[in-house]
Each structure stands twice: as structure tokens, then as C-alpha cells.
Design a protein around this ligand. Structure first.
Ligand code: HEM
Length: 271
């Protein structure tokens, strides 16, 4: 444990020092303001109470919270799309339509594609948004989340908990409960998130708990959607995907986050 913590600390401090050096060299002319630079600039202010250890924890928190969650969700998403080719085609068509509207000249090439992936374009990909959300319902990146009671309390259903008790809420089973989602709970159906006009309609975060709910809801939720939509739209615009071995059963790797055991092996073909 000690050795592993040291490994993580060394990594984070190296990242921090590199950025510090970069900032000193480039000063206010820094082209891209990433989150670490913002904290470092904040830290320099006289009233700031951010010390190096605190900053290390923030950076580590963002890395832990932001990497495996989106990466794992994208694996499950492509797994779902291979199992449901009609949904895969529908997303590809949606991306093509949106990009064509921006481009106005037929199929954009890889060089120009990212220019058309504007905020407006990403926001108008409603079916893709629904398909990612449906993936998270069935395969929430944080399948089980533990909390420690700070004081004796009574839960809304009357259940008493005591100070120090460990309580879990469980997005994985909650996403598969018939009384919450209906008889077709086991089906991958992005349409359940869309209204008649094809617009995404969010559910209460206390029902769809993949990002947690309340004041400590995931800080990176919107960022995560944007990141996943950019990756998914780019890949699906240019490629069609199939499972490398459709007879291989996909298994869950039990970790803090929900991963596919051994990774997901795909065959990619030009669209
Ligand atoms: C599919 C993607 C993601 C899912 C499903 C997800 C889910 C969650 C969940 C369940 C929590 C609550 C954990 C707890 O009990 O404390 C959380 C917290 C958090 N997430 Fe995410 N997350 C995702 C992506 C991201 C990304 C990309 C970032 C940042 C770049 C991020 C930043 C955070 C932070 C900073 C917290 C702590 C918030 C706080 O304690 O106030 N997350 N996330």
C-alpha cells in the first residue's frame, strides 16, 4: 500500500512540477487553460489556502474520477452497439446528418471532421446522448458507492442508521429494477430517454443514480458526456464496429469501477 501510494504521489507531483515549469516559462500567454493550471494560478494568490498536498489530492481525485469511468463506459457502450447494430446505425446516421448540416458539402474528411464537431453539433446529438445514458443505466461506471454515517439518522423509509455505519446505494441493481424502469428493464432501448420529438428527457438522479445525486453529484458529469460524445461520434462517423469474437461472453471485472474483463476486442471497418 505504502509503495503504491508513493508511486501515485511521485506521478502526480511530477505532473504538477512540469506544469509549474511550463507556467513559469509561458506565463499569462498559456494557450490552453487546463484545470491544473487554474489551481496553480489560484494557489499563488496570497489568500489561497491550497498547499501542495491539497493540490495533489485534487489532481488525483480528478484522475481517479475522470479516467476509468469514461473509458469503461465507452467500452460498454461499444459492446451494446455491437449487440444492437440498429442503434449503432442510428447513431452513425445522426452524426452524419449533424455534420452535413455544419459542412453543407457531403462527407467531411478526417482533417475537417473536428472543425464541424462544435458545441452546437454535439448538443444536437440527442440519440447518442440517450444511448450513452442507457449504457450507464445498465452498466453504471460506479456500480456500488459506499457512504459512512457521520451521525445517527433515520432514512426516509424509516430505517435507522448509527454513526459510523457503512451504507451503500447501488446503481447497478437499481438500473435493472422492473418497478423503476418497467417490464423491458433488461432491454437496451435508448428510445426510453427520448420524447416524441426525439429530444432527450432526463430522469431524476435519485432514480438514475450513475452520477450520484444531491449536493455531491458528479462534478464532471457534463464534461464526461461531452468527452464520450466526441469519441463516439468520431469513431462512428468513420467506422462500423463488430465484436471480434461474438461467441466470447463478456464478463465483468469487479473493481471500484465497472470494467470489461480482458477488455473489449472489436473489428473496425470503414463506413
Ligand atoms: C461516465 C462517467 C462518470 C461517471 C459515471 C461518474 C460518476 C461519479 C459518481 C457516482 C460520483 C460520486 C462518488 C462519491 O460517492 O463520492 C462522482 C464524483 C465525482 N466525479 Fe464523476 N463520474 C464520471 C466522470 C467524471 C469525469 C470525467 C470527471 C472529471 C473530469 C469527474 C469528476 C468527479 C468529481 C470531482 C467527483 C467528486 C465530487 C464531490 O465529491 O463533490 N467524473 N462521479
Amino acid at each position: 500500500m505504502k509503495k503504491n501510494i508513493q508511486l501515485l504521489d511521485d506521478f502526480v507531483y511530477t505532473v504538477m512540477n512540469r506544469k509549474r515549469k511550463q507556467l513559469a516559462e509561458q506565463g499569462q500567454e498559456m494557450e490552453k487553460e487546463d484545470i491544473l493550471s487554474r489551481f496553480l494560478l489560484e494557489k499563488e494568490k496570497s489568500y489561497s489556502n491550497i498547499d501542495d498536498k491539497y493540490l495533489r489530492d485534487i489532481i488525483l481525485n480528478f484522475m481517479i474520477a475522470g479516467r476509468d469511468t469514461t473509458a469503461g463506459t465507452l467500452s460498454w457502450f461499444f459492446y451494446m452497439l455491437c449487440k444492437h447494430p440498429h442503434a449503432q446505425d442510428k447513431i452513425a446516421r445522426e452524426v452524419q446528418t449533424v455534420i452535413k448540416m455544419q459542412d453543407g458539402e457531403g462527407k467531411a474528411g478526417i482533417e475537417s471532421f473536428s472543425d464541424y464537431l462544435t458545441e452546437e453539433a454535439i448538443n444536437s446529438m440527442q440519440y447518442l446522448h440517450a444511448a450513452l445514458t442507457e449504457t450507464l443505466r445498465l452498466y453504471p461506471a460506479v456500480p456500488l458507492d459506499g457512504k459512512c454515517c457521520f451521525s445517527d439518522d433515520t432514512l426516509p423509509d424509516g430505517f435507522d442508521v448509527n454513526k459510523g455505519d457503512l451504507v451503500h446505494y447501488q446503481p447497478y441493481p437499481m438500473g435493472r429494477m422492473k418497478f423503476l424502469w418497467g417490464e423491458d428493464v433488461d432491454d437496451f432501448r435508448p428510445e426510453r430517454w427520448l420524447n416524441n420529438e426525439g429530444i432527450f428527457v432526463p430522469q431524476s438522479p435519485f432514480k438514475f443514480t450513475a452520477f450520484q445525486a444531491g449536493p455531491r453529484i458528479c462534478l464532471g458529469k457534463e464534461f464526461a458526456y461531452r468527452q464520450m460524445k466526441i469519441v463516439a461520434a468520431t469513431l462512428l462517423y468513420f467506422f462500423k464496429f463488430q465484436l471480434w469474437d461474438s461467441s466470447r461472453e463478456v464478463k465483468i471485472r469487479t473493481m471500484l469501477t465497472l470494467q470489461i474483463d480482458g477488455g473489449l476486442h472489436l473489428r473496425a471497418m470503414h463506413r
